[in-house]
Design a protein around this ligand. Structure first.
Ligand code: COA
Length: 159
């Protein structure tokens, strides 16, 4: 079994990750949400598994500058071939430990309503779905959170 080593995300990872994510998200165009600045400026709280030319998994997160007790996970992605082996859980738990040591007491994240895999994953990791402005298929959603028609599910986890 391969040992999975979590390392800081770095600028060199940008090219591989940005060209892979639309495929990893099942064809959804998310590339524009994975900006180069995250790879350059969020290294202390963002991680990857695998070499820069073959990243297996990555997490982009940060500590809120508005409220230092809150940490936020912007993106997590695992290569389809590496899924269901605990990599995303490893990255999340690493993030929880790191931001907890920095004094954060809460982690937040969001996902799109259609991303049922992400909703199931976050529930498994102990996140609560925050009340929204509507319910779709029994799931609380905040309507137009990311622009007109862009509804999102908001997650919260106390550390
Ligand atoms: C969601 C995603 C990150 C999960 O990665 P992963 O490495 O396969 O997840 P893990 O193996 O660490 O799973 C952790 C737990 O979540 C559960 N889980 C993961 N994906 C799931 C899914 N699609 N449906 C139901 N449960 C799921 C696992 O069963 C596991 O539970 P357990 O630890 O109790 O056994 C991965 O499928 C992915 O990259 N998806 C596309 C990108 C995406 O949607 N990202 C999230 C939104 S930013």
């Amino acid at each position: 079994m391969t040992a999975h080593i979590i390392r800081p995300l770095e600028s060199l990872d940008y090219e591989f990750v940005s060209s892979a994510v639309d495929d990893w998200w099942g064809g959804r165009p998310v590339r524009a949400l994975v900006h180069r600045i995250f790879f350059e400026h969020l290294n202390a709280t963002s991680f990857a598994i695998g070499p820069s030319d073959d990243v297996q998994a990555f997490l982009i997160g940060f500590v809120s500058q508005s409220d230092p007790k809150v940490a936020y996970i912007h993106f997590v992605g695992v290569s389809p071939a590496a899924r269901a082996s605990g990599l995303a859980r490893m990255l999340y738990e690493h993030f929880f430990k790191l931001v907890g040591a920095r004094g954060c007491t809460e982690v937040r994240s969001i996902t799109s309503v259609a991303n049922t895999g992400s909703i199931a994953f976050h529930r498994k990791l102990g996140f609560t779905l925050l009340p929204g402005s509507a319910e779709i298929d029994g799931v609380p959603v905040t309507l137009n959170y990311a622009g007109e028609g862009q509804h999102r599910v908001l997650f919260h986890k106390a550390l």
